[in-house]
Design a protein around this ligand. Structure first.
Ligand code: 9YW
Length: 425
């Protein structure tokens, strides 16, 4: 085992707060939904029990309607804004930890399959009951997605807040977010810029809009039907839909192993609906998949990493196959490390600002996976190698400048450590 693999494991141990992992100390002091799913896969490369525990601690925060919240506030901390008081979702929970009121990409189902497969190869029959319990939690959350976030039955699930996307500050949201008011009742006490340079973080007006959205939904008392009608921001997101579709396929795989026939049927229907929805979002002229702004009714054409995420869920046709390969190569041309989160030729590109150019190891992990699934193994190997090199050169940083390879954002970052462990596995 290399020293760097040791270091990656040490980061997961350092960020362990008792069965769950914070993304990084201080900047993000709670349990984040999709971070934990990635982290559980990192743990699975060396500690199956701890991998299961990560997901078990996450579902402690699951809502009665099935939603898996984006943050679980297990233990109070004043180093992050907005905390539980701003969200004010307490009323939904009895003897459960408080949580935020929105969700994040459902990588959970992908993670569960990944760790279950490793457990099986290790002959760990004892994980069956734990797998079953987590499977049902995931299934409840997928039902929530379909019912609550695709009520108009497009085969695409919608986000009501940029924070749900996981790509919070992406230029993909600029136009839709510009319609949201900057007026807030809550005093905005940003903590992020105390930990990381303001030049790498969202602008103040964006934070005002983020908080305005929280207030709108809080006033709906977090009732999903009321939120759908009141939402001033509503985007059918291809990245989210692709992750949900892929996680659904992974749950079908688990259900087959557990011999859960009704669940296989139910999930297969969901899977078909989502694949149909995704296929309709391909644009030949852009050589990628685009999200749909449900308020303006317009395509979101901004070139971001989301263009390529559907590869994890669908098989490309021959034309798409070549187009995607050329497009990814174009984005990576001249970069020390690709794939940039916004295309370098775009006027929105900023190599150091949060989701507007920098490279995320977990996004590359998804792109590598999607390329392999689509038989583009050579390109996948290049991106994988560059990601590993970036981490080895700059450390386990939150994200990387694609032009210089410099490590940026938070330090000792859990999902970067997990990505390293999985890509090296
Ligand atoms: C924030 C924890 C989270 C990720 C998101 C990322 C960032 C938090 O950090 O959001 O306050 O802006 O955008 O994807 O889950 O790592």
């Amino acid at each position: 085992m290399s020293d760097i693999t040791d270091a990656a494991r040490a980061i997961l141990a350092f960020n362990d707060r008792g069965g769950y992992t914070v993304p990084t100390d201080a900047l993000y002091p709670f349990q984040w939904n999709w971070d934990s799913a990635f982290v559980s896969m990192g743990f699975a490369t060396f500690n199956i029990d701890r991998a299961y525990q990560e997901l078990e601690r996450l579902i402690e925060g699951q809502w009665d309607d099935g939603m898996l919240p984006h943050i679980v506030f297990h233990v109070p901390s004043d180093t992050y804004f907005p905390g539980p008081d701003v969200w004010n979702t307490h009323h939904r929970h009895h003897k459960k930890p408080t949580t935020s009121g929105i969700t994040q990409p459902p990588v959970f189902g992908m993670a569960l399959r990944y760790i279950y497969e490793i457990a099986l190869t290790e002959g760990r029959e004892d994980v069956l009951a734990r797998t079953r319990l987590l499977f049902h939690a995931a299934l409840r959350s997928h039902r929530w997605w379909m019912k609550v976030r695709d009520p108009e039955k497009r085969g695409l699930v919608a986000i009501l807040h940029p924070w749900e996307s996981g790509s919070d500050n992406s230029p993909a949201w600029d136009e839709a977010l510009a319609r949201v008011s900057t007026i807030t009742k809550t005093e905005i006490c940003r903590q992020d810029t105390k930990h990381v340079s303001a030049a790498m973080r969202p602008h103040h007006a964006d934070y005002q809009r983020f908080i305005h959205l929280v207030e709108v939904y809080r006033e709906c008392k977090w009732d999903p039907v009321k939120q759908w009608s009141a939402a001033p921001f509503k985007v059918a997101d291809v990245q989210m839909t692709a992750i949900l579709a892929r996680a659904t396929a992974d749950l079908i795989w688990i259900a087959s192993h557990l011999n859960l026939l009704d669940e296989i049927n139910e999930l297969s229907t969901i899977h078909r609906i989502l694949l149909d929805g995704l296929r309709g979002r391909w644009r030949n002229n852009l050589r990628g998949f685009v999200s749909l702004d449900l308020i303006s009714g317009k395509d979101i054409q901004k070139p971001t990493q989301a263009y390529f995420i559907p590869l994890i869920a669908i098989e490309l046709d021959t034309y798409q196959h070549e187009a995607v390969q050329d497009e990814i190569e174009r984005w990576c041309n001249g970069m020390i490390v690709g794939v940039p989160s916004t295309a370098p030729f775009s006027s929105d590109f900023e190599s150091k600002r949060y989701w507007r150019g920098p490279v995320w190891a977990v996004i590359n992990w998804l792109i590598v996976d999607g390329l392999c699934k689509n038989h583009l193994a050579e390109l996948a190997a290049i991106i994988e190698g560059n990601t590993i090199n970036a981490i080895e050169r700059a450390g386990f940083r939150e994200y990387f400048d694609p032009i210089t390879g410099e490590g940026l954002g938070g330090n000792s970052f859990s999902w970067t450590a997990a990505a390293y462990l999985v890509l090296r596995h």
